[in-house]
Ligand binder design. Structure first.
Ligand code: TYD
Ligand code: MG
Length: 453
């Protein structure tokens, strides 16, 4: 007899006997998933006493703290994003578009990890031979590195119990399946179940687990934020397919900050770390060209220089087209509106395209000024001085607002050979200006535009 399956909503927890596109309780679409038979609650068990020993509440003062046990992965850019190394007993989810280099990164860290611990690399995508060939190319040859080509979650758990590795790498969560479920691998229910099991494995055995996940076209792994809530750490590997730079960013980290980035370059022998991202991101910058301006953004505690490019052309259609790559779309609209109303540029009838070079995403308001200058420079077809950097937040009245960590940003600006920096005149705290750097202090965007364009 076929076991009866039960379905439940991942949003509100409502249980239904059959799958439905829309949850009848909360009305959300695509949230109903299958629950494994073993876990379906039997009727009447609600009040029954559990046989599993339960944990009891402890006084907080009695709970042992101490630092988490961390180890280095051999890639300091990855260690930085993880908050100073991988934590024992944690589960890290690495997401990214296909072909971005997730498998490559994971295989490369095996070299260092297998020096002092046992590593099991489970792949549902490639055969052992394929992984071995790639490992040879990446010069990974650890004695303690074990490979397993497997899709069945049960077999993976068994292998972990037998081998007792210190680190488990799963490539990828979408190819793993739990035989108790009738849905296909990669469905939300399967992905959730498999992650839950791996999470229990990590906590129970003190095992560090890295899980690779493919992102869908909306940019998330599996359903909307389903996995992100469960795991300890979510990393996204980003970059443009046709460019060699890759940026690793933490979206969630229970053991560290989330604003750090790691920069890598894809080479023919795998990923190389880029310890000096500003230089790499500015390489090949066009000189004396209208529509480009350099800014300095804080990525975690590290200042990074980035080039903002803009193209403003008269619109051929009634509604002007605006696209933004590397900036929040609404931020671009806001800056365009301020530029028209407070800067006096008749930009409202123009198409505007914004791009941040190198796949960087600038979500800091400090990059507003550079965006605005790039737009104005393209509109007036006049180039910005090559040795100038712009830092500042643009307010709705056209005023420029001070930004954090200005001193640190100025040091980085000077270190890369720039000699002029346009900044808001009101800056908080005492500022140490590096030798050889001329500060152009301005109050509002009109002053900024007349100072440099
Ligand atoms: P891969 O790690 O397989 O991507 P993912 O697991 O994220 O899907 O990387 C695939 C791409 O990386 C592929 O297009 C080729 C490129 N690559 C190199 O350029 N050099 C290398 O040494 C390796 C291993 C891959
Ligand atoms: Mg892969």
């Amino acid at each position: 007899m076929k076991a009866k399956t039960l379905f439940y909503c991942t949003q509100c927890g409502n249980e239904t006997p059959k799958w439905q596109g829309k949850c009848p309780a909360c009305g959300e679409w695509n949230t109903v998933v299958e629950q494994p038979v073993a876990q379906t609650r039997k009727s009447g068990s609600k009040n029954s006493v559990s046989v599993v020993p339960q944990s009891v509440p402890k006084r907080m003062n009695e709970v042992e703290s101490g630092d988490e046990l961390r180890f280095h992965t051999g890639m300091s850019e990855l260690d930085r994003v993880l908050g100073g190394g991988a934590v024992k007993g944690s589960l890290v989810l690495l997401g990214g578009a296909p072909g971005i280099g997730k498998s490559t990164l994971m295989l490369q860290i095996c070299q260092q990890l297998s020096q002092f611990s046992k590593v099991l690399y489970v792949s549902g995508e490639e055969s052992e031979r394929q992984i071995k060939l790639r490992a040879e190319r990446l010069r990974v040859n650890g004695e303690n590195l074990y490979l397993l080509a497997e899709n069945n979650l049960e077999h993976v758990v068994e292998a972990v119990h037998q081998l007792a590795p210190d680190v488990l790498i799963v490539d990828s969560i979408q190819t793993l399946y739990n035989g108790d479920l009738t849905t296909a691998p990669g469905s939300i229910g399967q992905v959730k179940e498999c992650t839950m099991t791996l999470m229990q494995l990590a906590k129970g055995e003190g095992l560090t687990v890295f899980v690779i996940g493919h992102i869908n076209k909306e940019g998330s792994i599996a359903g909307p934020k389903v996995l992100e809530h469960m795991v300890d750490c979510v990393l996204y590997f980003e970059g443009e397919q046709n460019m060699s730079h890759r940026i690793l960013r933490a979206a969630k980290n229970r053991f560290g900050a989330t604003n750090e980035i790691g920069v890598f370059e894809m080479q023919d022998i795998g990923l190389a770390e880029v310890p000096n991202p500003s230089e790499a991101l500015l390489a090949g910058r066009p000189l004396d060209a209208p529509g480009t301006c350099v800014t300095c953004a804080m990525e975690g505690v590290r200042p990074v220089l980035a080039e903002v490019q803009a193209l403003v052309v008269p619109s051929n259609f009634g509604t002007p087209r605006r696209t933004s790559n590397g900036f929040d779309y609404n931020r671009v609209m806001l800056v365009l509106a301020v530029l028209e109303k407070r800067g006096g540029l008749l930009i409202g009838n123009c198409d505007a395209y914004i791009n941040v070079i190198g796949g960087l995403y600038l979500d800091e308001p400090a990059a507003d000024l550079a965006m605005m200058i790039a737009l104005a420079s393209s509109f007036r077809d006049k180039s910005v001085p090559n040795d100038l950097v712009a830092i500042g937040e643009v307010g709705l009245t056209g005023e420029l607002r001070s930004v954090s960590s200005l001193g640190q940003r100025l040091s980085e600006v000077r270190r890369l050979g720039f000699t002029k920096c346009i900044v808001p005149s009101r800056s908080s705290g005492k500022l140490v200006v590096p030798d050889g750097l001329e500060l152009i202090r301005v109050d509002n965007i009109r002053q900024a535009l007349s100072a440099i364009l």
